[in-house]
Design a protein around this ligand. Structure first.
Ligand code: C2O
Ligand code: CU
Length: 486
């Protein structure tokens, strides 16, 4: 790969500038001040067209399912080197409105893809151009941010891998994208959300898949080092990811490297992962050539989704984990951090109030025009809910914050169900859990157990950033708010 601008003509550079516009690549820095990026950062242009596709989810001899995918490719995967400027054009080839959101990417707010808050809904046949600086290496994904239970539930999810040339060399690497499907016998979809699910743990799918298949048979050299990038892109399911038969370390969470933690040293020897969360696992294959199994051990019915058999020349012996380079993220200043606390709640009429914005407020007006709201309110954050049903007024921000300041945010779960809570546009540091079960790490989504309080901290970047549960039905029935950072 080219370093600096050597070899790029002046004309090519000016051309790129003209297409992208001068302000397109202003990214927040440590201090929150916009910085002008390296002028010769390579730009990659992609078009992502959402539309129907077919996938044999029930098995080779059973009817296929009409799923949704980007460019007709289930779990369309983009792999780009760190430092790339990504120009992604979203094209809506579906019959309903949508937007495209790049989950976990730190970017200018205007490209965040949240309808009404950051951009209008993209109507059928319409498009929207996103300009993203891919500064952070790691395992990310992208998905719609409107009717997510319907669209992501039918498969509209893509994978974004930002590669870091400084990473240690592995003998094999596999991307494992986990998603369940709610299917009828004829291959069609069952109702993707039902009140009993939406108001409780979620509406589950019974057909479990990895990369759209029931399970995978993979290979790696005996004694070799394997990198597994595991993504939970399900709408609902919480998984306990574990490995049997080999030595394994957790080396990144939500794309961001952490000091390797042996999986066996985690509670129950698994990493508990809610919807939208990703992990990178370093697996060392046994030298005796025996196979390794990777599975979700949460339910009584263990789901072994990958078997890795030894193949090829035995790798030379190595000791200890292969750590990824430390993340280069804005570090919150804990001495000066402002402390805030938010409580996740089950909505009762008394607990969750209805706050109306003035009718001439542009947000309220825009929201009336969009259909990205659920039918009922079951959930709230600090007595407020994202609009649902006929109640379509966007509440005021959960908090107003100042760009460049550090915030420590406590997330308290007062409900009977776990919630994977996500903040857009930031990587936060998970500092502590009242149940004392989490190593310190950076992430964009954190699972908060019933009765637990988790504290995360981050340096505020400018924009209106949503803060929501990533169990999609919870989000669509109220468990979403936003931080206004100016
Ligand atoms: Cu995966 Cu609102 O995000
Ligand atoms: Cu939730």
């Amino acid at each position: 790969m080219k370093k600096s601008g050597a070899g790029l003509s002046r004309r090519a550079f000016l051309g790129a500038g003209a297409v992208l516009g001068a302000s397109a690549w202003l990214a927040p820095t440590r201090t929150g001040q916009a910085r002008v990026p390296a002028p010769f950062a390579p730009t990659r242009t992609v078009a992502l067209k959402a539309g129907e596709s077919e996938l044999k989810l029930l098995g080779p001899d059973r009817p296929a399912t009409r799923i949704l995918a980007y460019d007709g490719e289930p779990f369309r995967t983009l792999r780009l080197p760190r430092g790339t400027r990504l120009q992604a054009t979203f094209l809506n080839g579906m019959h309903e409105g949508s937007t495209l959101h790049f989950h976990g990417i730190r970017m200018p707010n205007e490209y965040d893809g949240v309808p009404t808050l950051t951009q209008p809904l993209v109507q059928p046949g319409g498009s929207f151009v996103h300009l993203l600086p891919l500064d952070d290496p790691g395992t990310f994904f992208f998905h719609p941010h409107c009717d997510e239970t319907g669209q992501a539930g039918r498969g509209l999810v893509g994978v974004l891998i930002v590669e870091d040339p400084r990473d240690p060399a592995f003998d094999a690497e596999y991307v494992l994208t986990l998603k369940d499907w709610r299917l009828a016998d004829d291959g069609g979809f069952l109702e993707l959300s039902e009140p009993d699910g939406a108001s409780k743990a979620g509406t589950f799918g019974a057909t479990r898949t990895v990369n759209g298949a029931a399970s995978l048979n993979l290979t790696a050299p005996a004694g070799g080092d394997v990198r597994l990038r595991i993504l939970n892109v399900d709408s609902t399911r919480i998984m306990d990811i574990g490995v049997e038969g080999g030595e394994a370390w957790l080396i990144a969470v939500d794309g961001h490297a952490l000091k390797p933690v042996r999986l066996d040293d985690l509670p129950d020897g698994v990493w508990r992962m809610g919807p939208a969360q990703r992990i990178d696992v370093h697996l060392r294959m046994p030298r005796d050539g025996s196979p390794v199994q990777v599975g979700d051990y949460r339910a009584a019915d263990i789901y072994h989704f990958a078997t890795i058999a030894a193949e090829g020349k035995v790798a030379r012996p190595r000791k200890g984990p292969l750590a990824l380079p430390k993340p280069e993220l804005p570090r919150p200043d804990m001495k000066k951090a402002e402390r805030l606390s938010f409580t996740l709640q089950q909505a009762t009429d008394a607990a969750v109030k209805d706050i109306a914005l003035p009718p001439d407020d542009p947000l309220a007006k825009a929201l009336l025009d969009s259909l990205c709201v659920g039918s009922t309110t079951y959930w709230g954050i600090d007595s407020e809910s994202w609009p649902t049903g006929s109640r379509r007024n966007v509440p005021p921000p959960l908090a107003r914050m100042t760009t460049g300041r550090s915030y420590a945010v406590e997330i308290k779960n007062e409900t009977r169900f776990p919630h994977p809570v996500h903040l857009h546009g930031h990587a936060f540091e998970v500092l502590s859990s009242s149940l004392d079960r989490l190593p310190r790490h950076f992430a964009d989504t954190v699972l908060v157990q019933p009765g637990e309080a988790v504290t995360v901290a981050f340096v505020a970047a400018p924009g209106d950033w949503v803060f929501h549960c990533h169990i999609l039905e919870h989000m669509e029935t109220g468990m979403m708010g936003y931080f206004r950072i100016v």
